[in-house]
Design a protein around this ligand. Structure first.
Ligand code: ATP
Ligand code: MG
Length: 594
């Protein structure tokens, strides 16, 4: 038997999961697995052919909220491993909890995964799997466990069960119902199913070991009575499987090989293995079983990644919605200007480890900056405009004239061509580029100093006008003849400062949303803190900017570098050519240290 050759594995930095997969491929651990064309029990897969997928991974979100940056890590990991090792990654909606699901979330999860660049279940138009489709099998498996003496119905109260479970220092106490016969248990379980008992009156428990040092093995509950209408199965069931029971079965029915989850599930792994071993023994599931591996979840400074807390920000109107550009949701990051490339680069850069750590927010921003730098067209924009008047313009250039200027769309991508705009007597410049009395080391405009207007001429500042409060209302300068960029002799006069500008006659007015971190606290929800108190009250500042006329053709979602300022994206929701709206994606340099 020849081991399949891992695709691309050499190109990616290795990690413990890649090593495990490569060893499994080399040993042929899963080479004899069959695939029945879709999820199913042992008999179903036995009829299928050898699985064409070398490995199967899965991403199993609960459709109870929007996905966030932590999920993006898990998506890039699971779908990325499947892609790199000629496997398939499953999207499975973990909808075994009847109360919380919503189609809004289901659709947003599908969109988020596709946007990140992946498709699921082996073909671009496959439907995602749904855990609730396996309820029949889960019930059958429970009856099998009862029959085989591995499960019993416990009629103790929830409180008694809790007390009798013991704790780390104290072994548990057997339930008085633990010794019932299989026939008695089966009858009781069927009564549970048939609605003969109240919610909470009894549970089905696996029969393992009440003295186990791993509390998860002290006869965990596997089915509970819960009268709730399920979005998929309606009122068919009034008993629902517990997550710890459902999850391994879902993986096994789907012939998952490597079931990758976050570290908090490590203690569940013995039960995962126990359950699948027994169901394989009973001939219900095919061997070899999937194996669970745990990795450290993403913790990002200045960010919260709990769906419940993110939901609170939305419902309390702390942000404009799930897709507010300050939110760490995938829809929020996308609206902020993040690209799938930036997200994938981030996932690769942070890697996968087995111990928890914090990733600095600047790592995420760095990935965005790097990916936009090589691709985003450039434009000039003045975010805090003050008027500059070139006093000698009429004399030198003729009253009312506008002179053509050109600049590369991207300095390293000549194939993108040139942008055209004009310069005239009146320009908008950044208020901060002028100082009446310059501090030491200030090289931009102050009376008597020369600077270059980027892509234009050298000018010499002559003074300014101010209002009654002393606020500068206009800056004056003279154009220095024969200094226009790109003309012979233009660089004869050396200047230390270069400033950006847009001509008053040419400029487009645009709303620019300047975003800052949503939280001032680096660990907003650590140690039971009230995360609301860590909110940054100044996380959004809206300004009216004057931008280059070439931005008139910007379409929603287009990204730009506003020269000297940062990277901006035309807002996906609010931007129109007639009323442009740009969001700050990320500054030009890392500003977190300041
Ligand atoms: P939350 O606590 O925000 O509700 P969750 O883990 O309950 O998150 P699920 O929908 O159950 O959300 O998660 C789907 C998958 O995403 C799981 O396999 C989980 O391991 C993974 N995941 C969730 N949060 C993170 C994170 N911060 N880092 C890495 N993976 C994560
Ligand atoms: Mg969850």
């Amino acid at each position: 038997m020849s081991a399949p050759t891992p695709v691309e594995s050499a190109a990616k930095p290795s990690n413990f999961l890649r090593q495990i997969i490569e060893q499994d491929l080399a040993k042929g651990t899963y080479a004899q697995r069959r695939w029945g064309g879709g999820p199913g029990d042992a008999a179903h897969h036995a009829k299928g052919e050898l699985d064409p997928a070398k490995i199967r991974t899965r991403f199993p979100p609960e459709p109870n909220g929007y996905l966030h940056i932590g999920h993006a890590k898990s998506i890039c990991l699971n779908f990325g491993l499947a892609r790199d090792y000629a496997g398939v990654c499953h999207l499975r909606f973990d909808d075994t909890n009847p109360e919380k699901e919503d189609v809004e979330y289901v659709n947003s999860i599908r969109d988020a995964i596709q946007w990140l660049g992946f498709d699921w279940n082996g073909s671009p138009d496959a439907e995602p799997y749904q855990a609730s489709d396996y309820f029949d099998f889960m019930y059958r498996a429970a009856e099998y466990l009862i029959d085989a003496g591995h499960a019993y119905v416990d009629e103790q109260t929830i409180e008694q069960i809790r007390i009798n479970r013991g704790d780390f220092g104290k072994a548990g106490v057997d339930s008085p119902f633990r010794t019932r016969t299989a026939a008695e248990n089966l009858a009781r379980f069927r009564e549970m199913r048939d609605g003969k008992h109240e919610d909470g009156a009894m549970v089905l428990r696996a029969k393992i070991d009440m003295a186990s040092p791993n509390i998860n093995l002290r006869d965990p509950a596997i089915y509970r009575i819960r009268r709730a209408t399920h979005h998929n199965t309606g009122d068919k069931w009034c008993i629902y499987p517990m997550y710890t029971y459902a999850h391994p079965i879902e993986d096994a029915l789907e012939q998952i090989t490597h079931s990758i989850c976050t570290l908090e599930f490590e203690d569940q792994r013995p039960f995962y293995d126990w359950l699948l071993e027994h169901l394989i023994d009973g001939g219900l599931l095919s061997a070899p079983p999937p194996r669970q591996y745990e990795f450290a979840r993403l913790n990002l400074t200045y960010v919260i990644t709990s769906k419940r807390k993110l939901a609170q920000l939305v419902y309390d109107h702390r942000v404009s919605g799930w897709d507010d550009p300050r939110m760490p949701t995938i829809v929020g990051l996308r609206r902020r200007g993040y690209t799938p490339e930036a997200m994938q680069l981030f996932a690769e850069r942070i890697g996968v480890t087995k111990s928890d750590s914090w990733i600095d927010y600047s790592t995420l921003e760095g990935c965005l900056r790097e990916t936009l730098d090589v691709s985003a067209p450039r434009a000039m924009a003045v975010l805090d405009p003050v008027k500059l008047v070139l006093t000698n313009w009429d004399e030198l250039m003729g009253a009312g004239t506008l002179d053509d200027c050109a600049a590369p769309v991207h300095p390293h991508l000549p194939e993108l061509g040139q942008r055209q705009f004009r310069i005239g007597k009146e320009l908008w410049i950044e208020r901060g580029d002028f100082e009446e009395t310059p501090p030491k080391g200030f090289f931009r405009l102050f009376p008597g100093n020369k600077v270059r207007l980027k892509y234009g001429h050298v000018i010499e500042c002559t003074g300014c006008s101010k209002d009654a409060d002393g606020k500068v209302t206009e800056v004056q300068a003279n154009l220095v003849p024969d200094t226009k960029s790109g003309t012979p002799g233009a660089s004869a006069i050396k200047v230390k400062g270069v400033i950006t500008w847009v001509a008053v006659a040419d400029a487009l007015s645009a709303e620019v949303r300047m975003y800052d971190r949503l939280f001032n606290d680096a660990n907003p929800d650590a140690g039971g803190k009230d995360f609301i108190e860590g909110l940054n009250p100044n996380s959004l500042k809206v300004v009216t900017a004057m931008v280059e006329p070439t931005l008139a053709s910007a379409k929603a979602d287009d990204k730009f570098q506003f020269e000297r300022v940062g990277y901006f994206v035309a807002d996906r929701i609010d931007h129109t050519p007639g009323k442009p709206v740009f969001n700050l994606a990320v500054g030009l340099r890392d500003g977190w240290g300041k």
